[in-house]
Design a protein around this ligand. Structure first.
Ligand code: PMP
Length: 454
């Protein structure tokens, strides 16, 4: 059958070629053999075929120590036997129960297990597949419940790559690509308290006050959205007490508080949620990544007084709350309890921090490591004086590549020169030691080829 061309006449030449992937404008490297979107940036090009705990194995038999955990996802490690068992069992019972069609027994079971672990008062759940969907859902809920549009977000925040999420994301301009499309408006920004980068907590507090005077009046502001620890923005921990202060500030101005725990939640910081370090209860919270050990599951959790204001039918999604993903989440929580995962997270985190601090004292690293920070197994090393032509520009990427050459996955993060350590929460003492020596070797090599101006 002959297909007709729907493109306007003027576009039929060059655009049609683009559509068929034959563009003469294709950039170098995008050969016709490329089967994956160029928009996906990839760190490691080895093909991985299996994983166990904190280790991955490639098709060529190479062992990779995984200190990325698929960006803080495989909390119980790769293929934990209990998760594998739960998934197998659920796959033989029922897999897909569209949430708008029927009730899912396993989803209810998960709610019962999660409820006692939630910050007090968060008692209504909505399940999605990805963190971005959860953030979209959280912002939509806040806007519906308040009848206002404004959302105040923080510089350095990352909330996902979909349009509404991009409208509140500022960790890297690159996430928008060469064109992000028309993003939803009503997003306003204030600096995240990032002492090492020169943004004091006092400055942030003053900027929040200024935001409702200069950018968005409280009466038109639905919510503040915050990561309790910046993830993609550099693993930045706000000073203790800031989240408590922000909670009060939101209450004083009758603005909802959305906490995005997609990366910092599910045990990553040594407590179930990063807000637990200050016992703060947001109005709406998002969770994803670590909650299901790698199975696609995310959640929006809210006070039911807020979610009860929604009109039935405005939330949904074909795969949200998939039965197998829910079974994986239940098994994840069981493993957390049985294997004292939070305790391991704290102990291995301490070991890592101590090792990094000792390393930073070595004469060869004098003036090189500017900041070591983090909670649990969400730990960052920021290099000194980043990116100002003093020799440090690009060092985080070089260290990351150096680690990969030495068979360890270690990602950089943020717009400044920062490395992030986010191994599975089951990581062993020996693996942490191994990561420290690979990091040290990689940093030593990265320094050997640069001139540092001090
Ligand atoms: N929020 C935060 C804090 C995240 O770290 C991420 C993912 N890195 C997202 C939202 C988006 O999650 P997803 O990639 O599952 O859409």
């Amino acid at each position: 059958m002959k297909t007709s061309c729907l493109l306007p006449t003027g576009f039929r030449g060059s655009l049609a070629r683009h559509v068929r992937g034959q563009s003469s404008l294709a950039s170098p490297g995008s050969s016709s053999k490329s089967k994956m979107f160029r928009g996906v940036k990839r760190y490691c090009n080895d093909k991985v075929e299996r994983g166990e705990g904190s280790v991955l194995w490639t098709t060529t038999g190479k062992r990779l120590l995984d200190f990325s955990s698929g960006i803080a996802v495989v909390s119980t490690g790769h293929c934990h036997p209990r998760i594998v068992e739960a998934v197998r069992e659920q796959a033989g019972k029922v897999v897909h129960l569209q949430q708008s069609c029927v009730q899912s027994a396993v989803q209810w079971e998960l709610v019962e297990k999660l409820q006692p672990l939630m910050p007090e008062g968060l008692d209504a759940f909505f399940f999605t597949n990805s963190g971005a969907e959860a953030v979209e859902g959280a912002m939509k809920l806040a806007r519906q419940a308040t009848g206002r549009d404004g959302i105040i977000a923080f510089y350095g925040g990352y909330h996902g790559r979909t349009q509404a999420c991009l409208s509140v994301t500022t960790s890297q301009a690159g996430y928008k690509g060469n064109r992000a499309g028309p993003l939803p408006g009503s997003a306003y920004f204030v600096p995240f308290p990032y002492e090492h980068a020169g943004f004091s907590v006092e400055h942030t507090k003053a900027q929040l006050d200024m935001a409702i005077k200069m950018q968005t009046p409280a009466s038109d502001t639905a919510a503040v959205i915050i990561e309790p620890i910046l993830g993609e923005g550099g693993f930045v921990v706000p000073p203790q007490g800031f989240l408590t202060w922000l909670r009060k500030w939101c209450d004083n101005h009758d603005i909802l508080m959305i906490v995005d725990e997609v990366q910092s939640g599910a045990g990553r910081t040594g407590k179930m949620w990063a807000v637990d370090h200050e016992a703060v209860t947001p109005d709406i919270m998002t969770a994803a990544k670590g909650i299901a050990s790698g199975y696609p599951l995310a959640a929006v959790v809210a006070r039911s007084t807020i979610s009860d204001q929604q009109v039935p039918g405005c939330m949904g999604g074909t795969y949200g709350g998939n039965a197998v993903a829910c079974a994986a989440a239940i098994a994840t929580l069981e493993v957390f309890e049985q294997e004292q995962i939070l305790q391991n997270t704290l102990q291995r985190g301490e070991q890592l921090l101590k090792g990094l601090r000792m390393m930073s004292q070595k004469p060869k690293f004098k003036g090189v490591i500017g900041d070591i920070r983090g909670r649990g197994l969400m730990i960052a090393v920021e290099f000194s004086n980043p990116g100002f032509g003093d020799g440090f520009a690009g060092i985080a990427k070089d260290v990351s590549s150096g680690c990969l050459e030495r068979n360890m996955l270690l990602l950089n993060t943020g717009a400044r020169e920062t490395m992030r350590f986010a191994p599975p929460l089951v990581v062993t003492e020996a693996e942490v030691e191994e990561s420290l020596s690979i990091f040290e070797e990689s940093l030593t090599s990265a320094l050997a080829v640069r001139t540092i101006v001090s």
